[in-house]
Design a protein around this ligand. Structure first.
Ligand code: MLT
Length: 311
């Protein structure tokens, strides 16, 4: 079985694939036309990707039978085009939940203490204790979760450890489940927006969630509240968020954006990046050694099963 890996992948995973007889072609910098050309040249049975988008021309370029998304979401893969051709698409849910929750908390703390601005001024040789002595603190504050899937759930014990109260909305959250998790269930995202000091979004990107967080949501948020998104940029109406940052003092911690480069290094000209009330990272939520090792192991398991059973 020939496996083409078109994004960065753990060495342990490469070795495990080779150990059970796969021919592995590791080309971590391919995308768009160069990936189409490589598929035509290599003729892989399996394509493994992380950030790289998988589009219809790639399915027509070679005999791909399985695409594995080495991550939780699979919105970067044209699943409809794959299904039409009988190509399986698989993902690795739950393997990076802790890593993403850790980054979300990092962003909350960084926003509250303005850690990045502190560091930048210190590097520039300026001591500015007066300017930076204005944090609110997290203890006793309310964290509002939008989405309580595997990542959202990882936020709860972390928030409790900081002495925060947790409220949440999720389409599937029952009162019984909320009680078990030790959180207060809200009937709508707007209820969460009204009551939380910090909001963190943990939804998959679907036709229902695309653009779901917009002007009405930001207008309902408390003045100066924090808004965190480590899920998908397209869930948020970015223009509405920029307006809320400018006019209502909302501070945002984002790891994801409406339009992201798919390569490891590229230009990023999104206007939101220049907003002073934004702390932005480079879609690195899943990028811990622990998460990437778990994802590599899961990818190997999926390919092994496919090799043995054909599905
Ligand atoms: C995911 O879907 O799990 C992440 O977005 C993976 C990534 O870092 O691209």
């Amino acid at each position: 079985m020939r496996v083409l890996i078109a994004d960065k992948f753990e060495r342990s995973g490469l070795e495990a694939l080779q150990a059970f007889g796969c021919e592995v072609i590791y080309q971590p910098d391919l995308k768009d036309d160069s990936l189409v050309a490589e598929i035509r040249r290599v003729r892989p049975d399996v394509l493994v990707v992380r950030s790289t988008r998988v589009t219809e021309p790639m399915f027509d370029a070679g005999p791909i039978k399985l695409v594995v998304r080495a991550g939780a979401g699979y919105n970067t893969i044209d699943v409809a085009a794959a299904s039409k051709r009988g190509i399986y698409v698989s993902n690795c849910p739950g393997k990076n939940s802790i890593a993403v929750a850790e980054l979300a908390f990092g962003l909350i703390l960084a926003l509250d203490r303005r850690i990045a601005d502190n560091v930048i001024e210190l590097r520039q040789g300026r001591w500015n204790k007066k300017e930076f002595s204005k944090a609110r603190g997290l203890y006793g504050r309310t964290l509002g979760l939008i989405g309580v899937g595997q990542i959202g759930q990882e936020m709860i014990p972390r928030a409790h450890a900081f002495g925060m109260k947790v409220i949440a909305w999720s389409r599937s959250l029952t009162p019984e489940r909320a009680a078990t998790l030790g959180i207060a269930r809200k009937d709508s995202p707007l209820d969460v927006a009204r009551e939380a000091d910090v909001i963190s979004v943990h939804l998959a990107l679907t036709p229902e969630t695309r653009g779901m967080i917009g002007a009405e949501f930001f207008a309902a948020m408390r003045e100066g509240a924090y808004f965190i998104n480590t899920s998908r940029g397209e869930i948020v109406d970015q223009a509405a968020l920029i307006k809320a940052m400018r006019e209502r003092g909302i501070r945002a911690g984002l790891d994801v954006y409406a339009s992201e480069p798919t390569a490891g290094t590229d230009d990023f000209n999104d206007e939101i990046a220049r907003e002073p009330n934004l702390y932005g990272t480079h879609h690195i939520g899943a990028s811990t050694d622990q998460a990437q090792e778990a994802i590599a192991a899961e990818t190997v398991r999926i390919i092994k099963t496919f090799k043995e059973t054909g599905k």
